[in-house]
Design a protein around this ligand. Structure first.
Ligand SMILES: Cc1ncc(COP(=O)(O)O)c(C=O)c1O
Length: 368
């Protein structure tokens, strides 16, 4: 059953602001006409500001996973040696994508719930006989709510002479990621997270200095070919039919983000994280990530107390309170719940989910 009133606190898709919905209800326009070119030109400028990059931002109709595949096939060649730093489910996924394309993956895995440590990465890169072509890393691991210290990791990777490719699908806009400043070569993002737009747009941002690697890659590619996309983008067009209505929405969302100011948007996300973490602790719900430095501003994973069923908790939130939260993935299934605070989420929403959790836990799951 669909409900018009539902508090959507899963880590994507996230709630859509009314101004984004209104923008998407505009009539669809010809994607080969001047009105579209104007829309796409301004969208490009806004995207570059949000990614803080002077290169290009590519727009594809796709889920975020498409953006990971796009980075893989455009920057790497079969047989290339890469280091995949994984701290959870989505880090593993990207490494698997690379393996499918014949890339030689060396894994550097950290326990789920922990961040990658710059020291371990430095040691690992030092030991390599020759530099890795690229290091693949997740900015914000959505399965655990851990954010990696990319500001410290980036210079280590660049010193080692590798490309730095980042999955920021659930991190962009919720936390700082100045691409040019940190010399991050390419970044993947998706519309349905902190960008406050429905699912369906995958984004790949490329730093200008990294473009030559796209030209050099020998990987077969068609849909994801950034060279083709770039030739169309030079006249504000796309190689294939773009998701026009979603782009109206994304444009409205980006306008709001830039008007508020990136720093203010980051602060707002941090405040929501702190509110949820502190409130949850008062209820006796421990965050999975104990160290604030690595606690994501996009989402928070809370450990489910002994004797409480995670599935039951999620069901009760859904049916009695109309609040949607996510459970754990893989071995964390049944052990945690994940609550998003990215995008169009307000303090009142966090108070609501905390109040609901408090009521459920005091009543006891048997009565629900
Ligand atoms: C960090 C991260 N990477 C990749 C993905 C995959 O995105 P999608 O489901 O849009 O393909 C997600 C989705 O939650 C994610 O959070």
């Amino acid at each position: 059953m669909f409900s018009e009133k539902e508090l959507l606190l899963v880590p994507g898709p996230t709630p859509i602001p009314p101004f984004v919905e209104r923008a998407m209800s505009r009539p669809v326009i010809n994607h080969r006409g001047p009105a579209y070119e104007q829309l796409f030109a301004t969208l490009q400028e806004k995207l570059k500001k949000v990614f803080q990059v002077t290169g290009e931002v590519f727009v594809f109709p796709a889920a975020g996973t498409g953006a990971l595949e796009a980075m893989t096939v455009n920057f790497l060649s079969p047989g290339d040696a890469v280091l995949v730093i994984s701290i959870g489910f989505f880090g593993d996924r990207w490494g698997e994508i690379a393996e499918r394309f014949g890339v030689q993956v060396t894994w550097l895995k950290f326990p789920w719930g922990e961040a990658a440590t710059p020291e371990a990465i430095r040691e690992f890169l030092k030991k390599a006989k020759s530099p890795y072509k690229a290091v693949l890393i997740t900015m914000n691991e959505t399965s655990t709510g851990v954010v990696n210290p990319l500001q410290e990791i980036a210079p280590i990777v660049k010193e080692a002479g590798s490309l730095l490719l980042v999955d920021a699908i659930s991190g962009l806009v919720a936390m700082p990621l100045p691409m040019d400043e940190w010399k991050i070569d390419a970044v993947a993002a998706a519309s349905q997270k902190a960008l406050m737009t429905p699912p369906g747009i995958a984004l790949v941002a490329v730093r200008e200095a990294a473009w030559k690697f796209v030209e050099e890659s020998r990987m077969p590619r068609y849909y994801w070919d950034l060279r083709l996309a770039r030739s169309f983008q030079s006249h504000h067009q796309n190689p294939y039919t773009p998701p026009v209505s979603l782009l109206f929405g994304l444009d409205a969302a980006l306008t709001a983000i830039l008007e508020e100011g990136l720093d203010q948007v980051f602060d707002r996300h941090r405040r929501l994280r702190d509110l949820l973490r502190n409130g949850a602790r008062h209820l006796g719900l421990e965050p999975l990530v104990s160290d604030d430095r690595f606690a994501s501003c996009s989402l928070t994973a809370l450990k489910v107390p002994e004797g409480v069923s995670a599935a039951q908790l999620i069901q009760t939130l859904r049916h009695q309170y109309r609040i949607e939260v996510a459970g754990g993935q893989e071995h964390l299934r049944g052990k945690i719940i994940r609550i998003s605070h990215m995008g169009w989420v307000h303090e009142s929403d966090i108070h609501l989910v905390l109040a609901a959790l408090g009521q459920i836990l005091t009543k006891g799951s048997s009565q629900n």
